[in-house]
Write a protein that binds this ligand. Sequence first.
Ligand code: SF4
Length: 387
Amino acid sequence: MPAANSYIAMIIDLYCVLSMILQERIIFKSVILTRDSCFRLGRVQPSWEVREEKMPTPSNNATPALATLPKLGARTLGDAQVLYEAPFNDLLFQAQTVHRANFDPNRIQLSKLLSIKTGGCPEDCAYCSQSAHHQTDLKASKLMEVERVVAEARKAQAGGATRYCMGAAWRGPKQRDMDMIIAMVRGVKALGLETCMTLGMLSLSQAKSLAEAGLDYYNHNIDTSERFYQEIVTTRSFADRLETLDHVRQAGIRVCSGGILGMGETVTDRIDMLVTLANLAPPPESVPINMLIPMPGTKLANATSVDPFEFIRIVALARILMPRAHVRLTAGRTAMSDEMQALCFFAGANSIFVGDTLLTAANPGDGRDSSLLRRLGMTAMLPEGTS
Ligand code: SF4
């Protein structure tokens, strides 16, 4: 009966309009009567079915949760904890805001890391397969020849790296090694690459020699909080670490220092580590954030993995506390999904190691990285001083 149906539909439409006009309260609350519910109403079913539409939240910076976050520049543990514990979206929004104010958010710094002297290290870092204190399959090697280091650096440069990092498994370099180390810095620098070294503890005079050779960065991670440090390393102290960082600074070399998540530390230890770094004067220019790769034979071989969101929160906090630093997503990327890495980049990470090895651990490799960066529309950052 088409004529009867259209008559009924017309009455229902009229009823809906009258309902909405008369019940101003309903319009005000954005409650919408659906035609279906009206139809049921018309069939004398006294059950009001309404679909409530939520008003969109204004997309500005002043959502209540964000407004209560500490202002940028917070450096106390308490303030950093408030930042860390903010709703995930608010924390990432703030981190991304800081990131955009200081960097091109779609550029990423690419470094390459080479082990120039592997294994046999006298230190007892609980996470490290290169420690002589652990029973690992790693074969110790001598310091690599300068020519080979420079040749490897040339290959890395051809692959897109702009910074070349050289690491030696030492407590600190011996004086007899310094000539070769200095020759490596000069040789790599001459290629037009930024140079970085990680050689363990440095005296002030060693740091000055490296500065004279043209070393751009020195890596020396504080690893974790001062409180937790002795659980991880017993052959040196947290204060020793800070002393080397001070020597590096005094020599005029830029500082690269960060830590590792997933060693059994608390969230507070992680935040405290970042607060320590942020309070260095000045803070590090480069902050590597590592996710532990449990290495067989080490004390942390069976460590529990870190919750990905906790990891991303620490990346975001590093970005907020150290706005000008390159925050590097370092070890552990092989265990991260592309989506997790993308969230880390959104949270402010803007540096990675390229290549398929990281000292003795696996790294995603150039194929996976270039594919990921292409999918994200990200490109390599040029070395500082170039345009
Ligand atoms: S992390 Fe460095 S200092 Fe510690 S055991 Fe490994 S190579 Fe040695």
